[in-house]
Ligand binder design. Structure first.
Ligand code: ADP
Length: 651
């Protein structure tokens, strides 16, 4: 299937095939690809796309523009007045759609209404970008609706009547520049377009000494692979903060992000480059893709180079194909090479070269393969301004579950990016203290921590907005998944958690409630730690008192049970119990004991047994977390070392 450039829920006006049929407006899921604009029913209950209701061929589109809003629209298409109080009911499913735009094609105008101005702008921008080579682009359009058989702007009655207003010059010049072309198909990309994810905008001056920043425009969509990355949206502009000879440049999305501007680390050539992919993951991805010349550039574990290029080629003998891993070597003069004769100053240049020349590799680098993940842009370095998110930018799509603080929903931010929204039940949390601390928590950013995106605190209930994790909580994932997990997969889960905890340890931030129920799994099966530090704000004696029925007794070391003494080392104890949960596929620790029996036994020195799936070495790691003396337990950093050692020794 063609890759989706944009995906949003809009209101669509019926196109009134018969003059007598009444106008109606329906919510539809719109998808934009290079070749089609399609719209579908949307099942809000399940958060799923329903049946297709129609589509427009991109090559038939002649104009995309805003429309002057109607005179007296009903509330759902009215722009909220400034200062108008936010009404929770209006957003409980999906908010208003006050911003109309038109997509004109051979059947006349299609009118679409966007929930926000920003989203309308983005769609118009993208649509204009995909239609830019169309041969029938018009120079005039109708700024107002066609309604009751005529255009409100010029009273012409034919739906296809020529426009009455000249488009702004930018579109005119685009048209003028291309109009000599007869073909309806876009030209194939030039080699440069084909190989660069971003290219400088033509009219911009070079990076200036005067503090002006260089701008680039993304030529491809790029979905972030980890929290340091910035999402690239094809056609959007980005400011380059720091250039480098490595494949990653520091950049910033020009339009900004909720509450401020995260300077993401950014993939100049991320289409080629995947951070944090292991050799076996690379092999799996390349085999899945099965394309001759598929390749992944990834961090190298070898001592001889920083990067490795993994390449796939079909094989006459092995139906699975063959894969070779080439370390990118670096000369003392900082030049890179794969094959000795060909030296390059940058990795992108090296890859561009090998896209055209195999020069000793099993195949040319034809097809970049990466992990795709549809998540909200990650927002590392969230310390910019306040992190208040405007609730009007949220669309609520599906209920995910209920936790300590109330209902958690899946939704979209600005109609496009997946988010999870925790709606904090009033009276369940000491809100003021949490809001103060939220700023600190938002600065915590690690690829194995569920990212906190922001908060909505101007209304009640308050919302906590986080990264969306499609596979839900780890405990259920372990219990419910039908297939058997390989020992390596179980260890990988523990490693994910340990990486997050090593990071929290380095920030001297305590989790205080680490357990499988507080970890989440994303669509890639990556486990991330959630709810860090939140337990301090719970208002529920049964949970906060170590004698309470909801206190996580089974995850607590003796010094917490006896003196409520929390430390990184009490998190380490909990991590050992979490490893045990993972290896016993979600069993309840000390299942035959109640809470007070568990406390008694732990204090007397009893420990959890070795789960069947855990090897002696794995059990030794979890067991080391349960040393009676906190100071004798390993640090997370040491634990991670032990886990990695086992990973490396497995085939
Ligand atoms: P609380 O922190 O209020 O106790 P939880 O975090 O346990 O709530 O969330 C309740 C349920 O909602 C979880 O078991 C999980 O299934 C779902 N959930 C919570 N956060 C997310 C998320 N970020 N992505 C996907 N599902 C989530």
């Amino acid at each position: 299937m063609a890759s989706i450039i944009l995906e949003s829920i809009f209101l669509k006006r019926s196109q009134q095939k018969k003059k007598t049929s009444p106008l109606n407006f329906k919510k539809r899921l719109f998808l934009l690809t290079e070749s089609k604009l399609s719209y579908y029913e949307y099942d809000f209950e399940r958060g799923r796309r329903g049946s297709k209701k129609g589509s427009v061929d991109i090559e038939k589109i002649t104009c995309v523009e805003t429309v002057v809003p109607e005179n007296n629209p009903p509330p759902e298409r009215q722009v909220p007045k400034k200062g108008e109080d936010y009404n929770m009911e209006q957003i409980s499913i999906i908010e208003r759609f006050p911003y109309p735009f038109q997509v004109v094609y051979d059947e006349g105008p299609l009118y679409v209404f966007s929930p926000t101005e920003e989203l309308r702008k983005r769609w118009i921008h993208q649509l204009k970008s995909v239609i830019r080579y169309n041969s029938d682009l018009v120079q005039k359009y109708h700024p107002c609706f066609w309604i009751d058989g005529q255009y409100l702007c010029c009273s012409q009655t034919a739906k296809n009547a020529m426009g009455c207003k000249i488009l702004e010059s930018r579109n005119g010049s685009l048209k003028a520049g291309r109009s000599h072309r007869k073909t309806k198909k876009p030209l194939p990309p030039t080699p440069e377009e084909d190989t660069m994810v971003m290219k400088p905008l033509p009219p911009e001056p070079a990076p200036s000494a005067a503090g002006e920043m260089k701008k680039v425009v993304a030529l491809y969509n790029y979905v972030p692979m980890n929290v340091q990355d910035l999402q690239l949206q094809k056609g959007e502009e980005y400011l380059i903060l720091e250039e480098s000879h490595l494949p990653w440049w520091k950049a910033r999305w020009k339009q900004g992000w909720p509450g401020g501007l995260p300077d993401g680390c950014i993939p100049l050539c991320s289409r080629w480059y995947s951070k944090n992919i292991t050799r076996s993951q690379a092999e799996q991805l390349l085999k899945q893709e099965g394309k001759e010349g598929g390749f992944i550039v990834r961090d190298s574990t070898s001592k001889t180079g920083k990067y490795t290029v993994s390449v796939y080629a079909k094989s006459a003998v092995d139906p699975q194909g063959m894969i070779r891993h080439y370390v990118v070597c670096c000369t003392p003069q900082n030049q890179y090479y794969l094959a000795e004769k060909h030296l390059f100053n940058t990795i992108p240049e090296l890859i561009t070269y090998h896209q055209h020349n195999s020069a000793g590799l099993i195949s040319r680098l034809k097809y970049p393969v990466s992990r795709h993940q549809k998540s909200a842009p990650s927002t590392a370095g969230l310390g910019y301004g306040s992190w208040e998110i405007d609730p009007k930018d949220l669309t609520f799509l599906k209920e995910l579950g209920t936790g300590q603080f109330g209902v958690v929903k899946y939704g979209k931010w600005r109609g496009q990016y997946n988010v999870a929204i925790k709606m904090i039940r009033e009276g369940s949390m000491s809100e003021d203290e949490f809001i103060d601390e939220a700023k600190v928590m938002m600065n915590l950013s690690h690829e194995k921590l569920v990212q906190l995106y922001g908060v909505c605190t101007k209304q009640r209930p308050i919302f906590i907005i986080t990264e969306y994790m499609a596979n839900g909580c780890l405990l259920n994932f372990l219990r419910e998944t039908q297939r058997r997990f390989q020992p390596a997969e179980l260890l990988e889960m523990c490693k994910d958690v340990c990486e997050a905890m090593e990071y929290l340890e380095s920030k001297q931030f305590l989790h205080r409630d680490l357990a499988a129920r507080n970890c989440l799994v994303n669509d890639q099966g990556i486990v991330k730690v959630s709810d860090f530090g939140l337990s301090r704000y719970v208002l529920d004696d049964e949970y906060t008192s170590s004698m309470g029925s909801k206190f996580p007794v089974r995850w607590s070391p003796p010094e917490v049970l006896l003196y409520s003494k929390f430390s990184s080392k009490s998190d380490v104890w909990s991590f050992g119990v979490l490893m045990w949960e993972v290896y016993s596929l979600g069993k309840m620790p000390y299942e035959r004991f109640n809470n007070s029996e568990t406390t008694e036994h732990v204090i007397q020195g009893l420990r959890l047994y070795r789960p069947q799936q855990a090897s002696e070495r794995v059990y030794a790691i979890m067991y080391s977390c349960w040393h009676e003396k906190a100071e004798e337990r390993p640090t997370f950093s040491a634990l991670l070392g032990s886990i990695v050692d086992i990973t490396d020794e497995e085939p």
